[in-house]
Design a protein around this ligand. Sequence first.
Ligand SMILES: [Zn+2]
Length: 467
Amino acid sequence: MRKLFLSALLCLAAASAFANAHLVIQNTNAPGVGFNDTTSATPVGGNNGTTLGQQRLNVFQRAADIWGALIDSKVDILVDASFASLDCGTTSAVLGQASATKIVRNFNNAPQQNVWYPIALADALAGRDLNNGGAHIQAQFSSQIDSPTCLGGVGWYYGFDTNHGTKEDLLVVLLHELGHGLGFAGVTNGTTGAMSSNFPSVFEQHMFDNTTGLHWSQMTNGQRITSSTNDQNVVWDGASTTTAALKFLGPTPTFRISAPASVAKTYQINTAGFGTPITVTGLNGTVAATLPADGCSAITNGSAVIGRIALIDRGTCTFVTKANNAQLAGATAVVIANNTAGGIAPGDDGSGTVIHIPVIAISQADGAAIRAALTTTVSAILFADPSILAGADVSGHAKLYVPLTFADGSSMYHFDVTATPNLLMEPDVNSDLPSDKVDLTLNEMFDIGWKAATTPQTGRFAGRRGH
Ligand SMILES: [Zn+2]
């Protein structure tokens, strides 16, 4: 009798030691549409739904479960979710978005006074529902992505196994968007620089500008506006993220020209989401411009390009097409120069053709300068610098995305695109992201106040938990 009681007690203790969060997906779609779409579907990649609506709901639940297993809250996190017919053209589309339904401050147990917290986090910190049963996060996603006219018929991928091919991986997109809803977002108006009622959120407290030496929470509205386009100089200085960055971020891909003096410097670059990774050893070479300059058809000056680093202008065709033409001509690497001012070309993802040389992008101005210098030998090295983390500053703080040209909906509340490997909270959801992990985003959550979920520990298996 006593033994039974004891083992029951042990079970209870184990259960109560298991702390996590429960994200509840609340389907707000009308009958027949979105989550309720009865179009039949074939199970895919671990998603056993047999209708389009069921599969969509399954992916939402999967994303909710992944986040729920990582953070701790006594209060159920309610997510009002729907699929809607959002804008989509042949080349651009709104995939979807999620955000906190409200922000609160000065609640019971608030770690700091006069600081905004997203409602899900506030409930977790308060240990009770401050929201009268209302949803904590609202999420709306595009059903149009599945239409044959949207983005050339790309379609959502509803599997859980990252085998999305050329489709848009809904699970990864959801992990990203729920990240915004849980607190990867601030309260600064990108046009005026004003914070909500002039109080910072816990996010602004960790946004640090290396030029002014100020956190966003310490700035004037004007300083925040200036900082919002201070490319490469705004970082996240939370301790958990900074420690974890050492593990997540790799050496910094670096493109440096040593001669002639007119263009000798280390260039700011983006790396493509395809091609061979840039190594610490790197490759030395001379730069050659391709003909045609945009590299969109077979290279006609192959004898000049073979064994060289090919300089190609952005535009007209995909990065992959350019890289493939350069690769066929024997180039050792590809440097794509932007065709517009104001920033470097985006990293771009590839699909289809296998590219086995490294591909990077530089700014239009840099491209023009290098092109002008090609009357003499331009010597360059492309390598990964292990002394600086890719996507972090010299202090190891992860960079936030504040490009020279303000990008509404992307600037401020994302990690920078220079992060390598790619991070979940970069503005573009890169195709090489895993669909079961949330990388540094989890550490950002710890920095703003989320507690980590804990798993049950039993004496018997404690020593065998190696994975
Ligand atoms: Zn985002």
